[in-house]
Every structure is written in structure tokens, then in C-alpha cells.
Design a protein. Structure first.
Length: 180
């Protein structure tokens, strides 16, 4: 039995769950999310607890068991508290600003880069080059953050670029001086 898959998901007070066959919808204070469940996994709700069970012991079913429970738990967390990915922008002249929900990045190119936020995603910038990507869908928040990071990944010599706030950049030594 999957250790993650067999754990029940307890629903907070403000969350409503609708199960329609293999489709699950979660509605909370921050928004609404839905997902389609694989036919090998069955979903049951008893009071404020949702459990997931699998029909057989095949390898694919065992893998989907824990995955489905984790995705549902992320949906519940997203509609109650949301997700945030923080990024640090380092480099001379590198900066970001938000105007009318549009993120504008100045990353040393000849032009600024403007990013329109997808639905349910918002950007915020602190004064010290810290950028936050907020949203209710964990996968979407991570993908938007990865797309932003790919515009100017951190380089190993001076650390210039966009990195996640919890990311550690391995620094390399520069050129060695001329020997005597």
C-alpha cells in the first residue's frame, strides 16, 4: 500500500469538495480547482475526510495512488492558503517591477521583458530584487517561476541572474593569475 496514498485528506472548514464520477472539484476562499482522476483510483468522501483507494496492485496503479492523493492535497492547500515561489534577481542594473499586474524585467538585454500573468497567478516585487510568484495551482506557480528563471539563469562566476531564494549557486574560481 502506498504510504502517501493511504493517508486520508482532512478538509478545512471553508473548503467544498464535489465528486462527480472521476472528476473532483475543490472550491475555497482563494478560488476553485478541478482535476480528472484515473479510472484505476476511486475517491470516497466521508464527512470532512477524503480517501483514495486503488482497484488492483499493478505497478501503474500503485504509482497513481500516491500521485492522485498528493495532487488533491495540493488543490486543497492551494484554495485555502495558496502557493508562493520567491526568486532573487542579482546583477548590476538587473531589476523587476510590476505595473497593472504585468511583470517587467530588466536583465541586461537591449530591451525590457514583459510577462503577462496567466489566470490565477500574480506577481509582487520587493525593493531588494526579490520577486514573488503567487497562485493557487502549485504546478502552474512552479512552471511560471521556471520560465522566469530561464530568461537569465544564474551564472557560476559572479552569481548574476535570476535564482530561487532557496537555491544555492556553486561558485567557480575565475582565471588564475600569471605564475612567476
Amino acid at each position: 500500500m502506498s504510504r502517501i496514498g493511504k493517508k486520508p485528506v482532512t478538509l478545512p472548514a471553508k473548503v467544498e469538495v464535489a465528486i462527480d464520477g472521476q472528476k473532483i472539484s475543490v472550491k475555497g476562499p482563494k478560488g476553485q480547482l478541478s482535476m480528472q482522476v484515473h479510472p484505476a483510483i476511486s475517491v470516497t468522501r466521508e464527512g470532512g475526510v477524503v480517501t483514495f483507494t486503488r482497484q488492483d496492485d499493478e505497478r501503474a496503479s500503485r504509482a497513481l495512488h500516491g500521485l492522485t492523493r498528493a495532487l488533491f492535497n495540493n488543490m486543497v492547500t492551494g484554495v485555502t492558503t495558496g502557493f508562493r515561489r520567491s526568486m532573487v534577481i542579482e546583477g548590476v542594473g538587473y531589476r523587476a517591477e510590476v505595473k497593472n499586474k504585468v511583470l517587467t524585467l530588466y536583465l541586461g538585454y537591449s530591451h525590457p521583458i514583459e510577462i503577462q500573468p496567466p489566470e490565477n497567478i500574480s506577481f509582487s516585487v520587493e525593493e531588494r530584487g526579490v520577486l514573488h510568484v503567487d497562485g493557487i495551482d502549485r504546478q502552474q506557480v512552479g512552471q511560471v517561476a521556471a520560465n522566469i528563471r530561464s530568461l537569465r539563469p544564474p551564472e557560476p562566476y559572479k552569481g548574476k541572474g535570476i535564482r530561487y531564494s532557496d537555491e544555492v549557486i556553486r561558485r567557480k574560481a575565475g582565471k588564475a593569475g600569471k605564475g612567476k
